[in-house]
Design a protein around this ligand. Structure first.
Ligand SMILES: Cc1cc2nc3c(=O)[nH]c(=O)nc-3n(C[C@H](O)[C@H](O)[C@H](O)COP(=O)(O)OP(=O)(O)OC[C@H]3O[C@@H](n4cnc5c(N)ncnc54)[C@H](O)[C@@H]3O)c2cc1C
Length: 339
């Protein structure tokens, strides 16, 4: 095994870390969950992936492996999940419908489940025109909702979309994305309802920088009873500077950053530190909103900040243990049982 992967067990871990169903178990137990996005490398070196996973796994219940987000090519979600499951991590396989048809995707779902991937995030995916290869041929044979129901059928009915039987169905926990912060706002909770109806069990949202907008969205979600039908993890991430925030607002589709946030960054002496603090402040407010089950941290090129953000936000209080504490607790339990 790779040296970095082999060493990860020596680092502080969360209880039950080496379990593919950890995210689902944490959510079902009512604990506030944390997931984080791994920035896929532009490299064929597995160390790049293991290095990031090592940092994220200290504070996360699952690590998301993105699928060419922004329609830019990087190491594939499937490749990252293969590396992560081999090292004992619990990843979320992201599947975008932009690049593969139903034949390829259903095969990937079986392959991923066979490798030990338990979580799948079903996405329509960003259009090719948003990426750095706008001439690429878009597929979109399925979209997020038809993908959800296709995988649910594979899992619950043991059938491919064709109706052909699957001898061992994939044991998967199904997720989808939501964007409460992009118009048309009234339509967003209805889109969420459709995804739940199609099989979504957990939701990871786009970045939240506007807490009032999230409160309004969650109010409608609760009125519709949707928070009782799926687990909602709200997307958060540190902004590196006011300049970066302005760029993201202008260029990343669907990301809404209010003027007040940009002004707070611009007025700070250390903008990077302020960006981190804004993220921590948001997490503290998000966790108080009824119906929210966790946060999803997307720290693009700032994954080294994730541990500090999560720890300072206090959301994992009483949840973090380290491997040695766990081992000694087990030894004490065993000794008590014998005596
Ligand atoms: C947590 C998260 C992770 C992501 N990861 C990836 C990734 O790995 N790869 C990637 O390519 N993209 C990724 N994205 C981007 C995502 O694919 C786009 O933001 C997409 O536009 C919305 O998510 P979706 O794919 O589930 O689209 P859907 O909700 O299925 O919608 C597809 C598009 O159609 C629009 N639409 C459909 N019907 C209507 C209507 N009636 N009125 C108005 N608009 C309509 C939607 O607004 C959206 O733009 C991610 C987004 C999030 C929030």
């Amino acid at each position: 095994m790779n040296e970095v992967a082999a060493n990860f067990s020596a680092h502080p871990v969360l209880e039950g870390d080496i379990s593919t169903g950890r995210l689902e178990r944490v959510l079902r137990s009512g604990r506030f969950a944390v997931t984080a996005e791994l920035n896929p490398p532009d490299s064929a070196d597995p160390e790049d992936t293991f290095r990031q996973a090592l940092v994220l796994s200290q504070v996360c219940d699952a690590i998301n492996a993105t699928d060419a987000s922004g329609a830019n090519c990087h190491m594939s979600s499937m490749g990252i999940c293969a590396l992560l499951t081999r090292a004992g991590y619990s990843p979320v396989l992201q599947i975008s419908c932009r690049d593969r048809n139903r034949i390829a995707i259903q095969g990937d779902v079986l392959g991923a489940a066979a490798m030990g991937v338990h979580n799948i995030l079903c996405l329509t995916g960003d259009g090719v025109e948003t990426g750095d290869q706008p001439g690429a041929k878009p597929v979109f044979d399925l979209d997020s909702t038809t993908l959800l129901s296709a995988i649910r059928g594979m899992r619950d009915d043991a059938r491919f979309l064709s109706g052909r039987r699957i001898s061992t169905p994939p044991d998967v926990f199904l997720g989808a994305a939501a964007n409460p912060f992009a118009p048309p706002y009234d339509w967003r909770p209805l889109r969420l309802a459709k995804k739940i109806e199609a099989g979504a069990q957990f939701i990871q949202t786009q970045y939240c920088y506007d807490i009032e907008m999230l409160r309004r969205y969650m109010g409608v979600v609760r009125d519709l009873g949707l928070d009782e039908k799926c687990f909602i993890l709200v997307g958060v991430g540190p902004l590196a500077s006011a300049k970066a925030a302005r760029w993201i607002r202008a260029n990343v589709p669907g990301v809404h950053i209010p003027d007040a946030v940009i002004e707070r960054l611009a007025g700070a002496r250390d903008q990077k530190h302020e960006g981190k603090q804004i993220c921590i402040d948001l997490i503290e407010e998000i966790r108080e909103i009824k119906g929210v089950s966790g946060v999803h941290v997307m720290a693009y090129r700032q994954e080294h900040l994730v541990t500090e953000i999560i720890q300072k936000s206090g959301i994992l209080k009483n949840r973090i243990i380290n491997a040695e504490t766990a081992r000694s607790a087990r030894r004490t339990e065993e000794a008590t049982a014998v005596s």
